[in-house]
Design a protein around this ligand. Sequence first.
Ligand code: T1G
Length: 703
Amino acid sequence: MQSGSERGGTAINDVVSIERQGPLALIALDNPPVNAASHAVRSGLWQAIEALQAQPDTRVIALYGRGRTFIAGADIREFGKPPKDPWLPDLCNFIEDCETPVVCVLHGTTLGGGLEVALASHLRVALPGTRVGLPEVTLGILPGAGGTQRAPRLAGVGAALDLITSGKPLPVEKALEHGLIDRIEDGLPRDVALRAARAVLDGHDRTRRTRDIAHEPDAEALEAMRAKLKKTQPLLFSPHKCVDAVAVSQLPLSEGLKEERRLFNECMDSPQRAGLIHAFFAERAVAKIPEASAKPRDIQNIGVIGGGTMGSGIATAALLAGFSVTMTERDQAGLDRGTATIGKNLEGAVKRGKLSTEGRDEILSAKLSTATELDALADADLIIEAVFEDMDVKKDIFGTLDKIAKPGAVLASNTSYLDVNEIAAATGRPEDVIGLHFFSPAHIMRLMEVVVAEKTSADAVATGFALAKKLKKIAVRSGVCDGFIGNRIMTFYKKAADYMMMDGASPEEIDRAITGFGFAMGPYQVADLAGLDISWAANKRRAATRPAEERYIPIADEICEKGWFGRKTGQGFYIYDTDGTRPNPEALAIIDEERAKAGVIPRTFSGDEIVSRFVTAMILEATRVLEEGIALRPVDIDAVFLFGYGFPRFRGGPMHTADQIGAAELVRRIEIYAQEDSYYWQVPTLLRKLAEGGGTFAEMNEN
Ligand code: T1G
């Protein structure tokens, strides 16, 4: 993106430089990777403008970014640290007040504070392909440098509300339509900046101060957005504050900015801000793995064994990412079912605007092939086995793959629980074997656990992570144990829910408490959705090795004995029919029967107690997963639950939540619960150490 002359200019500091072209002055920002508005960028920009304004022959100043984007926002890493002058809102006011016209050139992803700098400038020119947005609400805050006051002046209250409360970026054409930018011009940022400055000098382009633009009040839009957010975001803090801020944009700018700052600080003080920012960085931190420097193997065509829900979902995800896919099934009927499911999935992608009809047809005609023989996968670069969860069947398949797959092919299993070391041992090339654990629906869910077996090679691991990036998934590295990170912890905390159900709480009460905490669904709604027969099969598999001390709740098994497996059979813990969804009275009867059989006198559980036991159980088992090195860091466990298990993003994940609760309080709770069941409730050594040493899981993320 750089032309020769860009390297020139006078450096103000490491990240800001100025260049003179006669009466025109250019300011370049160069703070990779995303020109975040760090202290150096803010102070450098302020000094640059001050210096140029002091030079009487400066007639127009133009601002642009080097690298892949103009400012992508305030530097999030500075949050929570003592703020350094100049603050971004003051810098924006300084730019707006400038006597010398300031032109801003936008490119890449101009977001948050970056767009606010542009809105405070006197003219905005954007390159084609630019995306602009105010995503602060996704971080639990609101635009705090004038965005809530200047955006309505340019785009109107309605459009500004959508931009600010959704946090979603707009394509440049839409931004132009809304008046957030003045025009689109192709070229290199520096060259566009120079041309735009000249156009202002020649009087071709008109500049203006946003603060002087009068805009129509729109009480209706404000009320409509308040009502919408009450329904869609009842648990979130900042979206409602965003509306409060836009609501005062009728006031003179200085007064509106004061109120914006007050509301911004309220959001900064909310624990949701910490949770959402933790989630932002969790998404990125998990890519930092020991095998990161290994070179991923080249993957062009992928083999998928199994056309069931998972197999066809994985095939769809790979096809949508541009891979050629060969799907195998034992017979034509299975292939037809799988192909039909892929077709339905692709149709859904067309409806969601993620795929064109031409793209769909191209995929189905040229990218997808099917076969009933595994030999068809002999040339595949990567083979993903997605057949039902049976060790002997999987070992048999991997034994065959060992004979037919080409040298260097990566052999992956989509097992959700089983021992990947044992599967790898069924081949003579364990270094090529890895677990790639997708989540249903596999073409939608963002999480992928990359399960690293003892002999898995570093480049096979790197290949798994590279694949995830291409599939736009978040890969989390997991060691081998029963259920890896996510399912192991879920299996454990689900028992805490079952114990509460046996002791007096109804499935509906438990689900209500857990959704009230912020989960998309409660444990019994999830069980019914996933299919009760899945955990029934797992319970049978584990029955032989279940420790005698472990309390076992047979309620779900009894429901399955009736042939009720949840949604797919129309009933489970709930009934699902044309009258909607409601608790299943016959399931409740089974619960009463099992309580009577066990001599349990049911008692009441408050919502808080249900959440406390559920979340404490989750953290307890998560701490053991960490102790055993199955998860690299606490943040990896947070990412698994945020992106695969519907853990409320504003709470940052189970380990971030553990720090909010505190290790000492968690130990206190476990010791109280252990009076009922000392086998289930045991304090992990690591948690006791943190409690005694005053340590946190966050510190372990730094290691
Ligand atoms: N601050 C600090 N670091 C940032 C950053 C930011 N704003 N944005 C990205 N990074 C880091 C990121 O952690 C990663 O680091 C690297 O840059 C590449 O990012 C007053 C207060 C811009 C669309 O919310 O959405 O302005 O992992 O892997 O996929 O109103 O990053 O390599 O060490 O994501 O190409 C508002 C956040 C801030 C935008 C690029 N802005 N960033 O996506 O790369 S609040 C945002 C993004 C604000 C004002 C308020 C994306 C991106 P590392 P990446 P990408």
